[in-house]
Design a protein around this ligand. Structure first.
Ligand SMILES: [Zn+2]
Length: 318
């Protein structure tokens, strides 16, 4: 697909400069320069001012709650970029219901930098430039991995942040642990003029999207598409093609956008996975995307599901 990398979180072109990850002198010089090079992340939410990421100097007071070690993200133009996890910071008042909701629209402001706030990336992502979106997604996914993989999976000892955050090393058995990325297939399943869409239990009212599911060990992307669709709807799928991928840091997925041709139309739902699924015509989907459908809310802008739907309608999948 020619437009594949125009998906949100795609095509950022960040120069990851892996050769600098072990160059402590170069990294320390950037962190000590006084330039704003560190992106603070609080419980997965990047610091933003207006619609841009807010970087701070390496010694800024907002980083007081960050554990030692700065995640080195890469080189952006002339400058190096880092991220730090300040999740240990406790704001004075937290709207817990908003934080736990599907689309958290609450913002948290740190007293050390009151003009900026922590915002949920799912809502802010479409406002960011491609480069900023890549930086934010990488930082969120990597810092989330460090938080959830503190202990060695081999011997159980506490492992250490190492190589500017790009692996964790176990001081007890010396095992190295690398950041994980979980492959997920998400698919346009078509039958003539129609597209298969569904909704999971617990989604916001009226919201429908493409079917999706984790790829299992030992499985190709094509096989995963056919298995997931069969499990969730009992529809059989024939030819499958890959279209586009999207890093999706919730918490560590890589979405593989595919298209598959349905060989059957009758839907039998798996009620655990899906609350509803149906075939929607191109005409009805156009109306839904324009906000003119009476009940249907399609996947939001920024999500690869929305990107694939729009490009399918526009015949831009080649
Ligand atoms: Zn170990």
């Amino acid at each position: 697909m020619r437009l594949a990398e125009t998906v949100t979180f795609g095509g950022g072109g960040l120069e990851r400069a892996a050769e600098l990850r072990g160059d402590q002198a170069a990294l320390t010089a950037a962190l000590d320069s006084g330039d704003p090079v560190v992106l603070p992340i609080w419980r997965g939410k990047p610091l933003m001012a207006g619609d841009a990421l807010q970087f701070v100097a390496g010694d800024h007071a907002i980083l007081a709650d960050a554990p030692p070690g700065r995640l080195f993200l890469g080189r952006d133009g002339e400058g190096l970029r880092f991220a730090a996890d300040i999740s240990a910071w406790e704001p004075e008042a937290v709207d817990k219901a908003a934080l736990d909701s599907f689309a958290d629209d609450s913002r948290q402001t740190h007293p050390a930098l009151p003009e900026a706030s922590f915002r949920e990336l799912r809502l802010a992502m479409v406002a960011l430039s491609a480069r900023e979106a890549e930086i934010a997604a990488t930082a969120k996914a990597m810092l989330g991995w460090h938080r959830s993989h503190r202990f060695c999976a081999k011997c159980g000892a506490e492992s250490r942040f190492d190589l500017a955050g790009w692996h964790r090393r176990c001081p007890s058995c010396n095992a190295l642990h690398f950041p994980r990325t979980d492959p997920v297939v998400i698919m346009l399943i078509t039958h003539g003029n129609d597209l298969l869409i569904g909704r999971s239990p617990g989604w916001p009212q009226g919201m429908y999207s493409l079917l999706a599911g984790f790829v299992e060990p030992g499985e190709t992307l094509e096989a995963a598409v056919r298995r997931e669709v069969a499990e969730e709807t009992a529809i059989r799928v024939g030819r499958v093609n890959y279209l586009s991928s999207q890093p999706w840091p919730y918490p560590s997925s890589l979405m593989f956008g595919c298209i598959g041709e349905a060989l059957s139309r009758e839907i039998t739902l798996d009620p655990v996975e899906l609350e509803d699924a149906f075939w929607i015509s191109r005409e009805d989907l156009v109306a839904a995307l324009a906000g003119h459908h009476p009940t249907l809310l399609p996947a939001r802008p920024g999500a690869i599901a929305r990107f694939l739907m729009e490009n399918w309608l526009a015949d831009r999948l080649d």
